[in-house]
Structures are given as C-alpha cells and as structure tokens.
Design a protein around this ligand. Sequence first.
Ligand code: AMP
Length: 344
Amino acid sequence: MSDVKTIGILGGGQLGRMLSVAASRLGLRCHVYEPGAAPAGEVAWQVTNAPYEDAEALRAFADSVDVITYEFENVPTSALDLLESLRPIRPNRRALAVSQDRLTEKTFLNEIGLATAPFADVPEQADLEPAITRIGRPSILKTRRMGYDGKGQVRIGEGPADWTGAPSVLEGFVDFTAEISVIIARGADGQVAAFDPGLNVHREGILRTTTVPCGLPGKVTTDAVLIAARIANALDYVGVMGVELFVTPQGLIVNEIAPRVHNSGHWTQAGCAVDQFEQHIRAVAGLPLGDGRRYADVVMENLIGDDLDRLPGLLKTPDMQVHLYGKGTPRPGRKMGHVNRIIR
Ligand code: AMP
C-alpha cells in the first residue's frame, strides 16, 4: 500500500517519542535525529545524536529513511535544505516557513481570508513606539521566531514597554471568551480528517488542560474545523497540524499554527480509535487516514514539574490513562508527562 518502511523524525522530545510508538504499532521504524537529550531515543529504532550543522550525520540519517518528518519546527534552514535534497519532508517546507515566523504566519492567514489579532512588524526596538501607537494598549510583543509556551513574549500595559531583544511582532490583545484548538490531518491525496475541537486552559503561558467536548455551540466548532481545513489545503499540507484559535463574540481568531502533532491533541489517545500520533504517521507514510471520530469525553492534563509528585494517586484513579515521557529531573515548567481522564 505504501513503500515507506522507515520514517525520520527531526526532534527527539515527547512528541517524537509518541510518534515512534505509533509508527512501531503500524510495523514501521523511526529514526530520530536530536542534538540534545532524546526521550524518543528509548523507543525509536535508531537515534542520531548530532548537531543540525553536522552535514555528514544529516546525510547518513536521510540515507537510512524513506521520508522525513519533524516534531519540532525550529530546525535550521541549512539542515532542511540538505535533507530536502535527499528525501521528501512532510509536512512541506512552506508549512514550516509559515509557522516558524509569526509575521509570515499572520500575513499568510490574512491572505487566505482568516482573522488574526491586529499586528504590526517590529524589526527593532526603535519601531516599538510607533507600533504601539498603531495597535494600541494592551498588546503583546512576541518574538517572530523561536517562541513557545509563552517564551519570548512581553505584555504591554500602561507603563513603559520592555523589548524582547529580537525582531518581533506586536499583537493587539484579544479579549477572548475561550481558547480552542483543532487537530487536523491531511493525507497526500488531499483527504482531510479533523478531531473534535478541544477547550484549552493555559497557566503562565503553558497548556494545562484540554477538554473535549469543548462545550461551545456546533456553529463555532464547525467553523473552527473549516478554518483548519482551509489552512491545511492552502499549504498543500501532509500530516497532522494543530491550529489554536481564540473564541470571541465577533467570531474566531487564529492565534497560531503548529505544523506537527500538538500538546492539545493528546486527548485523542484516550478518545479516538486512531489518535493524532498514528494519524500523522499514516499521513506521512502515505497510508489512509483514520476517521478521527471521538468515542469518549476526555480531560487531558499536563504533568508539569512537581505535578509528578501526584503520580501514585493518579495511577490509582479509575479511567485515568497515564503517559510519562521518561525525562530526567522535574523542573518548574518542564512537561514530564500527561494524563487523559476518560469521562463516561
Ligand atoms: P502563544 O505563544 O502565541 O500561543 O501565546 C501563549 C498564550 O498567551 C495564548 O495561549 C494566550 O493565552 C495568550 N495570548 C497570546 N496572544 C494573545 C493575544 N493576542 N491576546 C490575548 N492573549 C494572548
């Protein structure tokens, strides 16, 4: 059905780990490429521990796989250029380029007719005041690149504005009533399958819980899925993508796109026959997608830092699925695992 036997994964974090497990269930092998510590290494077929600047290691990695995917979108362009000359990269480079840079991302979203927060380009500190005059206060200054889990962000209130230290975008503050996300898959043949939108709660910029169903009216959830499908089609996307949205009285606003499996899609492990990890592997391997239907209500909770102390109780809780990432020492803000509580 598909010639793909071995999948290369750039990035060896928990997402790579769960992708590797899903691939092995389908009889496929994963080769993980990771410059740092690799929780995925314990379950993958092979691991290369080398920097993204090591052309020889990248070549050997590409030679050993049929297709390359990633669990981390900030892979340096030079590494991607080399890898792309040797093997297909799925999702494609355009999806990566769009999501690596908040300015490119918002411009693309507006171009395909989707609403974002109002934004202004702030290449350097001197551009900040004029941007604040245009966008207004409150607003949020975010680095264009490399931001995640609220990192590289400065809230701009009434006082003097701090600088992020890197080229940034200034976003108008969105007065949302809820944050939701859609996890959507698109196959190489253009087939699309979406999971139900989840309701996300963040604390200190980090996702804490995702709840399905999200409790919003059908019109909102349908619109959210249509938005995600429009993005996936416009990018000629292959794989699983996470789309984060703000719900406002005026309609849905796209916050950001993740061109990979997403933390807010972990609930699918307990709520669907084919979860987001298997769905991504199916898509990049050229296999038919699963349907994405949900058969249970689920609350996913991240286990962050000291949350691991709750493990004995969590393991004894009925209908609780525990996932641990095999990381070393818990640190504040470090994602150590997650639980999926199935609500009957
Ligand atoms: P991000 O890294 O862009 O996903 O931002 C992290 C979190 O900050 C989001 O999940 C929101 O809770 C909040 N946030 C980000 N951008 C905005 C915005 N423009 N208006 C209001 N809240 C925001």
